[in-house]
Design a protein. Structure first.
Length: 277
């Protein structure tokens, strides 16, 4: 049996940290769908995110000065806090088979990514515009209505939807039902080939098991623009190690400091639908 030296332990910790960081960045679905602010060393635990109102352009008369518009900004407060997860790497585990760097790094990265997603997904309940009801099955038509609502609110860019996997299944079934949807086209064909929902009515549709199912078997997803929700990151994902000699183990402590908040209520639609197969 090869001895575990300080050098091999150092290499192991480097690999665990690298794997954990990679997993946290890759496994957080919501991080890539919302507005991000990296506030770094900014003082305080609360940041103010400015909101700028829309202004209108007007016809001009030659030789006449333009009229100016006073821009009155408002702001949204986002409070940041610390989250963390800990695992123990025992001395015996470092002697064993397998790849502890990959496995523990993945466990820690997934823990932080899941927490971030859960915090962002929880904001869906705050959107004023809403479609669906308890016990109602989601359909493609519901996505059409949500998209129309956002476009009417002057959302011009990307629109995303995040729903529970059971709701995504209902959408896929709706797409592949040629009787209910005889002109599904490419989206229908894609869903029939590999079960991928894809882009529907200009909405990029994603599924997340981090959306909770309530006691009645319903879930709250959302259709939203990135500008609807923000995450403010004060301290990025990191890991510290600490030796516990009496336990013959190392503590691996993963932490991140961030806050989430709703930026623009008119840029999101709450979708409450059945989540039972």
């Amino acid at each position: 049996m090869a001895a575990t030296t300080s050098t091999t332990l150092d290499d192991l910790f480097v690999n665990i940290i690298a794997q954990a960081r990679f997993t946290a960045e890759e496994q957080s679905l919501m991080m890539g769908l919302v507005t991000q602010y990296n506030i770094g060393s900014e003082a305080g635990k609360t940041i103010q995110v400015p909101k700028y109102p829309a202004i209108a352009a007007a016809d001009l008369t030659e030789g006449t000065d333009m009229g100016s518009t006073t821009v009155s900004t408002s702001s949204v407060s986002v409070a940041v806090g610390e989250v963390g997860a800990q695992v123990l790497l025992t001395d015996v585990a470092t002697y064993g088979a397998g790849n502890p760097a990959l496995e523990l790094g993945t466990v820690l990265g997934n823990a932080i990514a899941t927490k971030m997603d859960q915090d962002l997904l929880a904001l869906f309940t705050g959107f004023t515009a809403a479609f669906g009801a308890a016990g109602q099955e989601i359909t493609v038509a519901d996505l059409f209505k949500a998209a129309a609502t956002l476009r009417a609110n002057k959302v011009t860019g990307v629109i995303n939807a995040v729903v529970h996997p059971y709701q995504a299944y209902a959408l896929k079934a709706n797409l592949t039902n040629t009787f209910a949807n005889p002109n599904g086209g490419d989206s229908q064909n894609e869903a029939m080939r590999n079960g991928y929902v894809g882009t529907i009515a200009g909405i990029n549709v994603y599924e997340s098991a981090n959306i909770a199912i309530d006691g009645s078997g319903d879930s709250i997803g959302a259709v939203f623009a990135p500008e609807a929700i923000a995450i403010a990151i004060k301290k990025d994902f990191g890991i510290e190690t600490q030796r516990d000699a009496s336990l013959r183990a190392f503590e691996l402590n993963a932490t991140a400091t961030y806050g989430v908040g709703e930026l623009d209520d008119s840029f999101g639609v709450k979708m409450t639908f059945d989540s039972v197969l």
